[in-house]
Design a protein around this ligand. Structure first.
Ligand SMILES: Cc1cc2nc3c(=O)[nH]c(=O)nc-3n(C[C@H](O)[C@H](O)[C@H](O)COP(=O)(O)O)c2cc1C
Ligand code: SF4
Ligand code: SF4
Length: 270
């Protein structure tokens, strides 16, 4: 048995897993958020190979990914790989994942970066449609190469940025800022055109949104995955004043329902 665990905000990581599965039929996919809050550890003892596919946040793995990786017990014989799904710069993300696994007596055999459309609407607009499709086409090809690597259980391949970037962006910026992300949801606001459809609540992977008086309210535990703001059908959610004029992004091959499935069976945090 082989498993791939994923976390996604806007679907790029989920799309990556689905592409991988088309190349690696012996694998099955599992949502990491379904597992992370359980008191018992995920039983992966019977897995020959274990994969992780998470987006890159602030030049490192999301907090929830680190938390999830820390719950695993990986044995020496098991083959492990990680794909950091990023929007432009991976920096030293793979090394962070490697260190988290090592700290828990595990290991990482191989780590890859995959450039997908950037979704960080609080910093920039998503790329134009043609660029999105081009990146997806390029990633499809790269995933076939990565799958071949995994099939042959090849080890020792770890992608990363340059030394200065790794040191500055992951070594300093990520370490300094990643723990501040949960508080970013204080800046979400909802405009009057909200139609109370509750999609924002449904797609939030960590159940950080509740609906009161037909309007969303954000709690204090946010992964900053941006699923809420990116999937509101009437673009009623803003993050401060920055996002008003920016268009929204969800991976064009992933549905809202699929995003919702990510947290099925997960207890609410509110
Ligand atoms: C809070 C946040 C921080 C991000 N930081 C980075 C980053 O450091 N480097 C990068 O290349 N992309 C960064 N991105 C872009 C995402 O990693 C990228 O769009 C990814 O494909 C999103 O995956 P998803 O659709 O599975 O959520 C960031 C996105 C968010 C929401
Ligand atoms: S997704 Fe948008 S329209 Fe629907 S409840 Fe949330 S804010 Fe309102
Ligand atoms: S509140 Fe929004 S940005 Fe934060 S974790 Fe939920 S969906 Fe993601």
């Amino acid at each position: 048995m082989n498993k791939i665990f994923y976390f996604t905000g806007t679907g790029n990581s989920l799309w990556t897993v689905k592409q991988l599965l088309s190349q690696l039929p012996a694998f099955e996919m599992h949502s990491a958020v379904n597992i992370v809050n359980r008191s018992n550890k995920e039983d992966i003892t019977r897995c020959d190979s274990i994969g992780f596919v998470f987006p890159v946040y602030l030049y490192g793995p999301p907090l929830i990914a680190t938390k999830f990786l820390s719950t695993l017990y990986i044995t020496e014989k098991q083959y492990t790989f990680y794909i950091g799904v990023h929007g432009g710069y991976l920096a030293d993300t793979i090394n962070v994942v490697r260190k988290v696994l090592k700290k828990n007596n595990g290991h990482l055999n191989a780590g890859f970066g995959l450039k997908m459309p950037g979704n960080c609407i609080i910093d920039y607009s998503p790329p134009e449609k043609e660029i999105i499709e081009q990146r997806i086409r390029e990633s499809k090809k790269r995933i076939i190469e990565i799958a071949d690597f995994i099939k042959n259980r090849r080890s020792g391949h770890f992608e990363m940025g340059n030394h200065l970037g790794n040191w500055l962006l992951t070594g300093i910026l990520y370490k300094l800022l990643i723990r501040t992300l949960p508080g970013y949801s204080k800046k979400f606001v909802v405009e009057d055109r909200c139609n109370s459809c509750e999609i924002c609540k449904k797609v939030c992977p960590v159940s950080n949104i509740k609906i009161e008086n037909n309007r969303p309210i954000w709690g204090s535990y946010c992964e900053m995955c941006l699923a809420c703001i990116q999937n509101c059908p009437v673009e009623a959610i803003q993050w401060g004043k920055r996002t008003k004029k920016r268009s929204r992004y969800r991976n064009p091959y992933i549905s809202i329902r699929e995003l919702q499935n990510q947290k099925e069976n997960m207890g609410a945090n509110l």
